[in-house]
Design a protein. Structure first.
Length: 309
């Protein structure tokens, strides 16, 4: 029986990506169990027991699911996040968990800046008004000379820093482990989280999830009044209720997010607020990012599967 690899990322749901042909050429049976959507737990329990490899999207991969797949050798993400995987259970079962580090960094960084610009220029409501045959002009804000706070200065955060500097912004960054060798040209410096919140006109998040929201009532109260918040990292970084309260009270002039507790998200007041911009987790969904991530994920699969038993 041919060893099987399941492919579930929605960006690969139609199959046919040239990189996937390398799996077939290596003798594996490549299957797409839930094309166009995330698999449910029940579906994972049906298809994974027959698999040795799993090219996974962002769906949860729990201890229960892993226990049902004793032949599974490797989970390969076509992104960098692994918080949806029970890493302890995977290690106990001897399942390698691989990521496509840096593959989508440019796409996510560009989206963060695009959301910032769209929000400050109030593009979405003016576009919607014109489509409804209404001529509605809303005064916007320019970014030149403003301060951008970048929380998390890894591969994505560094690209955001450079893009912000290129737009003429001052950039302040907070990172738990700042790299002293990262010294881009322009008005840039590392600082504390407290100082970043107090000084920034806009804050963008590019860090891993924490045990509790990083942006809560206290953090929002510490921000400069009239600030703008962008989250293309993890939904758990933000207290949605506190952000809604800050929008209604005017502490924030806008919020943009590409990430949610579940996909698609359940209806909620924050996502329908007129000063919120929402995108359907498209940070890494560019032709270039998908290409890099898919090739990296396939290479990781083959590398692990070809290791001596």
């Amino acid at each position: 029986m041919t060893a099987r690899i399941a492919v579930t990322p929605r960006s690969l749901s139609q199959g046919g990506h040239p990189a996937l042909a390398a799996l077939e050429a290596a003798g594996y049976d490549v299957v797409f169990p839930t094309p166009g959507r995330q698999p449910t737990r029940e579906e994972q329990l049906r298809f994974l027991p027959a698999c040795v490899g799993y090219l996974a999207g962002v769906e949860p991969i729990t201890r229960e699911v892993l226990a049902a797949a004793p032949g599974l050798k490797v989970i390969s993400r076509n992104g960098v996040g692994v918080d949806s995987v029970d890493l302890t259970a995977a290690a106990e079962q001897g399942v390698a968990v691989e990521t496509a580090a840096g593959a989508n960094a440019q796409g996510v960084a560009e989206l963060a800046i695009a959301l910032l610009l769209a929000g400050l220029r109030r593009i979405p409501p003016q576009d919607a008004a014109l489509k409804a045959d209404r001529w509605q002009r809303i005064e916007g804000r320019e970014v030149v000379g403003r301060t951008l706070g970048v929380v998390g200065c890894g591969q994505i955060g560094r690209r955001v820093v450079r893009l912000g500097l290129g737009l003429g912004m001052s950039v302040r960054a907070f990172d738990a482990f700042p790299d002293p060798e990262f010294t881009p040209a322009g008005d840039f410096s590392y600082t504390t989280m407290e100082d970043l919140l107090a000084r920034s006109d806009a804050v963008t998040l590019h860090c891993p999830p924490a045990e509790r929201p990083l942006i809560d009532k206290g953090a929002l109260a510490a921000m400069r009044p009239g600030g703008y918040l962008v989250n293309t990292a993890r939904s758990s970084l933000v207290d949605d209720g506190a952000v809604l309260e800050a929008l209604v009270g005017g502490r924030l002039i806008g919020y943009a997010t590409d990430v949610y507790d579940q996909e698609p998200p359940a209806p909620q007041e924050l996502l329908h607020h007129p000063q919120a911009i929402t995108t359907p987790h498209i940070g890494g969904y560019t032709r270039e990012s998908v290409e890099r991530a898919t090739r990296a994920a396939v290479e990781n699969l083959l590398r692990v599967l070809n290791l001596p038993s």
